[in-house]
Design a protein around this ligand. Structure first.
Ligand SMILES: [Zn+2]
Length: 417
């Protein structure tokens, strides 16, 4: 039996504990356990591994930006033990063949566990894509992703997914409300694709949903949160919480939906603290610096982020802006519930996906620490607290950001019953 000793977060409390792991599963939690090997972490915290339900690992088709190996190495470096990859790769995951191809690629190269989104073009495509973890719909066009043509068509996809056990994640922006004109700055981009357009898409989608579990991707504003159907879940990115239109990053910080004003960003924080947002997700969408170093209007949308959610947001646990309980719910527990997987908590019977962090350690975030192939981060030089070790089903995958075991990742499956 493998044993980890440290101050573990168990059922909402931190206690000095020994966690015993066999065959990738937590089999015992005691004050003391004998085992081999034993990892002694002393005063460091042991938390459940992170689950990021929104990443773009760019393989196949755009592997100069990222691939499954580099993207999941970046995940492990940032304490993320499960990622769910978006379907807008080349070819898009809109056919069973494309889904099988991506599963083959991910199975042979992923360093952490993974799920795969399918992107059906219509309700008729859903049945053939049932092997996917979940489904993604884009209500407005964004980089490399065509939009579903209407809310009625989106409703047909939602209806087709009902009863499959999967959920639908929606990129909510209503293109009918986009302002005319080309945005040449972060401020203009925010006005063209406004919070009103975002809220409208959320509200319209609410009218067309059946009983299907619905997840709203990357909310950026109070308006969007207010429009959300009662039982829909939602996610927030670190970049929408920490950057706004006053950023000096220009095209590098171009994302969809856009960064908002400082006022809207403050409101988003309040919603997070109040518990009105269910989970963090990075929307890790890497592009190379060359691709981003162009005029604003020509730049592709997206920033890398799978490695930085933990170090950035854990700072606020240290500063007591965010409770540890809320952090773990946002980073691990709630995404595990959404996916229906046997992860997201330190408990006997759960997968031993664990991260170790020394809360006293503070370092500067750098691109090299983040390990993404794209080679940059919008948070270069920002203070953060990285995990010191990341375990996937009991295997030490990353230590101090260095990859220790390779290609241990598996496709996730929903828990029975
Ligand atoms: Zn995305």
């Amino acid at each position: 039996m493998l044993v980890l000793e440290g101050r573990a977060y168990i059922a909402g409390r931190i206690e000095p504990r020994a966690i015993g792991v066999e065959d990738g599963t937590i089999v015992a939690i005691k004050k003391q356990l004998r085992g081999d090997p034993v990892y002694r972490y002393g005063d460091a915290l042991i938390l459940p591994g992170g689950i990021d339900v929104h990443v773009h690992l760019r393989e196949p088709g755009m592997t100069h930006k990222e691939d499954f190996a580099s993207g999941t190495e970046s995940a492990a470096a940032g304490g993320v033990t499960t990622v769910v990859d978006m379907p807008n790769t080349i070819p898009p995951v809109s056919t069973p063949e494309a889904l099988r191809q991506k599963l083959r690629i991910a199975s042979r190269s992923a360093h952490v566990d993974f799920g795969l989104y399918a992107g059906p073009a219509s309700g008729r495509d859903v049945e053939a894509l049932r092997a996917a973890t979940a489904f993604k719909i884009y209500l407005a066009e964004t980089t490399n992703a065509p939009a579903i043509p209407s809310f009625e068509a989106a409703g047909e996809i939602l209806a087709a997914v009902a009863g499959t056990g999967a959920y639908v994640a929606a990129h909510c922006e209503d293109p009918r409300l986009f302002r005319k004109g080309v945005a040449t700055s972060l401020e203009e981009h925010h006005r063209v694709r406004s919070p009103r357009a975002e809220a409208s898409a959320v509200a319209e989608l609410g009218k067309h949903r059946a009983t299907t579990p619905l997840h709203i991707a990357h909310v950026t504003s109070q308006d969007a949160l207010g429009a959300r159907p009662r039982d829909a879940t939602c996610e927030v990115t670190a970049h929408h919480l920490l950057l706004d239109v006053t950023s000096k990053l220009g095209p590098r910080a171009k994302v969809n939906p856009p960064l908002r004003t400082p006022k809207e960003r403050t409101d988003l924080w309040q919603a997070l603290v109040d518990g009105r947002i269910d989970m963090f997700a990075s929307d890790h969408a890497p592009h190379t610096l060359d691709e981003k170093s162009v005029r604003f209007e020509d730049a592709p949308a997206g920033v890398p982020g799978v490695a930085t959610t933990f170090p950035l947001m854990f700072r606020y646990v240290r500063r007591q802006t965010l409770s540890l309980e809320r952090f773990v719910a946002m980073f691990s527990e709630n995404p595990a519930k959404l996916l229906g997987v046997n992860k997201g908590a330190i408990a006997v019977g759960r997968d031993a996906d664990l991260v170790v962090v020394d809360p006293r350690r503070i370092e500067s975030i750098t691109a090299s620490r983040c390990r993404s192939k794209c080679g940059w981060t919008p948070f270069e030089g920002t203070e953060g607290t990285f995990p010191t070790a990341t375990f996937v089903r009991g295997q030490l995958v990353a230590q101090e950001g260095e990859l220790v075991s390779e290609r241990v990742g598996r496709m996730i499956t929903a828990r029975q019953g």
